[in-house]
Write a protein that binds this ligand. Sequence first.
Ligand SMILES: Nc1ncnc2c1ncn2[C@@H]1O[C@H](COP(=O)(O)OP(=O)(O)O)[C@@H](O)[C@H]1O
Ligand SMILES: O=P([O-])([O-])O[C@@H]1[C@@H](O)[C@H](O)[C@@H](O)[C@H](O)[C@@H]1O
Length: 385
Amino acid sequence: MAIGEQREPEMVTRRGLVVGNYCHDVLFRDGRVVGESLGGAASFVSNVFDGLSIPCNYVSKVGSDFAYSVSHPPITSPSSMTTLFHAHFFSDRDSSRHQDRILRRIHACDPISPSDLPESQFDFGLAVGVAGEILPETLERMLDICRVVFVDIQALIRVFDPLDGTVKLVELKDSGFFHLLPRIGFLKASAEEAPYIDIEEARKWCAVVVTEGKDGCRVYWKDGELQIFPFPASQIDPTGAGDSFLGGFVVGFIWGLPVPDAALLGNFFGSLTVGQIGLPKFDSRLLQRVNNELQRKIHCMGCCRTRDTAADFRMSVEHKEFQAALVEATKLLTTYNGQEDEWNSQNSPTKEIEQIVHQQNGDPQKLFPDPIYDETVQHVKAAKT
Ligand SMILES: Nc1ncnc2c1ncn2[C@@H]1O[C@H](COP(=O)(O)OP(=O)(O)O)[C@@H](O)[C@H]1O
Ligand SMILES: O=P([O-])([O-])O[C@@H]1[C@@H](O)[C@H](O)[C@@H](O)[C@H](O)[C@@H]1O
């Protein structure tokens, strides 16, 4: 190619590394089981990446009891059980934010050590542990082999009650990961986690994205901050919204979008996630529309994907147009949602589990001794095979 000849802008394929364990999620509302699903940030992130054809390596560990088939096979630890979370929601409180979710880690699979990571180099990495499986030395190794690393703070600051596994949070500076901050590209936190970071200190070292549920998100960097608007959504289950947000944000970033536009794409996928229980299904037509929009944007930017890891925080002149295009894409969901409701009503395990649990227990309050639920789930699964 002659020097100076304009290259047709194109998405240079970037390869990533996603590190974090898949898990089993059980959702309770007012003490009643309302759903059980594949979980773990890696599953929500890969759901977005697969939908938008982002090539990635995944390092995730599960036990031999892992109950789901996934597009990126995990490492099975025969001596361990799959990470299991019980997420308790309550109708009498505003569950539009996770603050009112009580998370309990019932089982924890083996941690991911540096030697579990591939030897090769990667353009980007996502440290997305949910149950303490990412060790400081593992994150350090990720920082060595990935050019830019996106970290979900829930991988760093969660601790677990020794008696019942209830998830609590510790200050980042007391987490054992603080010294790695200057090497992290982006730190993602929910509004509930943000107070444990000291954003004024952290932003000196890396960009911080704080997701704010139905209010969208806020991006902080050394010299500024920006509020990025949300997309409308009727929330059914907030689980995984932050994970899908991070997936969308990273896609925007590696496509070369300015950070505010990447955050908008994150908001978009977060809003689609809360409208479904567990791992969301994205309409293929909607995903195609998003891909077309990304192609259009990099064409308009007249640049091939040459930006290295330098982040561009300027609000693009096209930000509003991008937002409008994504809103337009969600209109495809109106028809699909009709089928989706059909899918939920017919296929959701919830009803079966509720009926069996009710028969067995009469009073759903008995649900709390979790083994009852686990046994019921096994029974339901067995009945399905
Ligand atoms: N009820 C909602 N309506 C619209 N968008 C939402 C809603 N809840 C979450 N989102 C989107 O998903 C993103 C992540 O959600 P949030 O609940 O803040 O993350 P986390 O799961 O980490 O707590 C938000 O920044 C927002 O863009
Ligand atoms: O809802 P969110 O915080 O984005 O992410 C969730 C984790 O916090 C939770 O521990 C896990 O069980 C879910 O599968 C999901 O990954």
